[in-house]
Structures are given as C-alpha cells and as structure tokens.
Design a protein around this ligand. Structure first.
Ligand code: ZN
Length: 314
C-alpha cells in the first residue's frame, strides 16, 4: 500500500525543481491509461476526483478504481485529492472517506471568508494526516461547473495577499492565478504565464508548494486529429509546455492535467470510427483510447519532470 498524502512529494518536487502531475479519475479506461504510464515511468501520482466525475460515475465506483490502482502498485506513491471542494462539508466528507488531500476552493468568496473556511478545513484535516490545497485569486476558463474569469491576465495573484493567506489559513499548498485557464478554449492568443509573480511568491514563501490549474497545453497535433476525423474544434489553445516545465522549476509542485487527456482519448476514438466505420465493439475503440491516454501521460510526466521520481517521494 502506497497511499500517501502529498507532503513528501511536494518536499522533493520543490527541492529538485519538478512538479507532480495530477490527473482526474473519471472512468476505468482513463485511470488505467494513467497508471500504466506512471508505473512505466516510475513517477509519483496524484489522482483526483471532481464534482463532475462524481456526477458521472459516482464516488463509490471511482473510489473502487483508485483502490485497485493503490493495491496493484505498491512502488508508486499515490495521493488522492478532492478537486475543487466547494465548502467545509464536502471537504469533511472526503477526509472521512480516506482521501489524503482535499482542495477547498473558496476563491470566489471575499479574502477574509476564504481564509476562514480554508482554516476550518485545515483544522479538520491536519489531525487526520490529510493535507489541504486552497485557491486564491481567480482562474480563468470553464472546468465542468467551475466557471472562471474572462481575462486571466487581469487576475494574477497578489504576492502580498498570498503570504497573508498562507500564514493565516495554514494551507499546505495553494493554487494561484498566474495566467492559466481551464478548458480547451481558454486563450485568444498564446498565453504568457506570470513568472515574475511565481518567482516573487517563491522568494517570500521559500519551500511553499504552489499548484497550477488549467495547465493543459491543448496540443495542436491532437486538435488537428479530432478535426481531421470529423470533429469541430476551431481555435482551441492552451499553455505552451515549455511554460509548464519552467513553472515547475520555480516552485509549482502540482500541475493539473485533464483537457489534454480528453483530447487524446477523443482523437483516437474518432480515428477508429473514421477508419473502421463497422466497428461496434467498445473494447476496440476504448482500448486504443486507453493507449492514447497512456502515451499522453508518459509525455506529460516528462514535461512536469516527475518521471523516475517515485522512489524519492515514498
Ligand atoms: Zn481546477
């Protein structure tokens, strides 16, 4: 059993200048693709469950899938995180359900209220050895039912507020607005991450792990495949992978990646349907889809730099 919280992972990630990839669990094939890649690359792993995922598959199914991942991979440190918990009760429920990390997202609340509810979650989670990710500032784009601001460049986190927030709330990691955005249609032009802000926060909170949401790169190759095989995704654009790699060296310890996995799966399934119109065995398109997830995750583990780091994070 290598079910862990993210403490050691973030400590090593911070020290050695990489980030741990966090991937959403929505069904069996996606999760198998993720763990196959992680096992092959010997990387630490954060699996997370969002509200949309629970609505789609139910927590009990997702939890059972995660349990198999943990059981079958004793050499891989696996943390399980609640993604975007919206209030204390939800976070409490996930702490009680055995999650090792919870995110409380009260970023839409006023600053003081955000501190207050985050602190409440911290006080419940810490005695149970569960870590807490919080969010400050407004992320852009749309992630399931989490709707962000329109122009992310105007909503970059204020380092003064970050320091005060971390000190008062006691959170273990923080998602900061630094120019990223959720989804596949997030930018009108290539985005510039606010590296100066990330750097300043790093200088003022040495050793403190930051988290990047909305950091899929929406790789052209996969959008083109989707469009080639009958899809219609004009103008999809993401965060360049070089920017993600650079952020990982500056104190970003967790990078959430979901959209790029969805694109890989969708592109592959569309290809099978286009090339073999008579195919009706789900295993014959979900199988290749799972394989596409595996390849994408392997690639991403190198982008964030956590390939080969499983052992040091145990
Ligand atoms: Zn998010």
């Amino acid at each position: 059993m290598a079910l862990v919280n993210t403490k050691k992972m973030f400590e090593m990630a911070y020290k050695n200048g990489y980030a741990v990839g966090a991937f959403n669990v929505n069904n069996m094939e996606i999760t198998q693709g993720i763990i196959d890649a992680v096992a092959e690359e010997k990387a630490p792993l954060i699996l997370q469950v969002s509200r949309g995922g629970r609505k789609y598959a139910s927590l009990s199914y997702l939890r059972a899938i995660i349990d198999v991942v943990v059981e079958e991979n004793p050499d891989i440190p696996v943390a399980i995180n609640l993604d975007h918990g919206d209030n204390f009760e939800t976070c409490k429920q996930f702490v009680d359900a055995g999650f090792t990390s919870v995110m409380i997202d009260a970023s839409k609340q006023p600053f003081e209220e955000n501190i207050k509810v985050t602190k409440q979650v911290v006080e419940y989670a810490h005695p149970r050895d569960v870590v807490v990710e919080a969010e400050l500032g407004q992320l852009g784009g749309i992630e399931e039912d989490v709707v962000g601001v329109e122009d992310v460049s105007k909503h970059v986190a204020d380092p003064n507020q970050v320091v005060e927030f971390v000190e008062k709330s006691g959170c273990d990691s923080l998602a900061v607005a630094c120019g990223t955005s959720h989804g596949a249609y997030k930018f009108k032009s290539e985005p510039k991450l606010a590296f100066d802000v990330i750097q300043e926060i790093g200088d003022r909170l040495p050793g403190f792990p930051l988290v990047m949401h909305g950091s899929s790169s929406v790789l052209r190759e996969f959008v083109d495949l989707i469009n080639k095989y009958g899809g219609d995704m004009p103008n999809a654009m993401g965060v360049p992978e070089e920017s993600v790699s650079k952020a990982a060296k500056l104190g970003i310890c967790k990078v959430n990646i979901d959209t790029d996995l969805r694109l890989a799966l969708t592109a592959k399934i569309r290809q099978v349907f286009a090339e073999i119109p008579g195919e009706f065995d789900p295993r014959k398109y979900l199988g290749p889809g799972r394989e596409a997830i595996r390849e994408m995750v392997r690639h991403k583990l190198h982008v964030v730099g956590c390939a080969g780091k499983a052992a040091e994070c145990m």
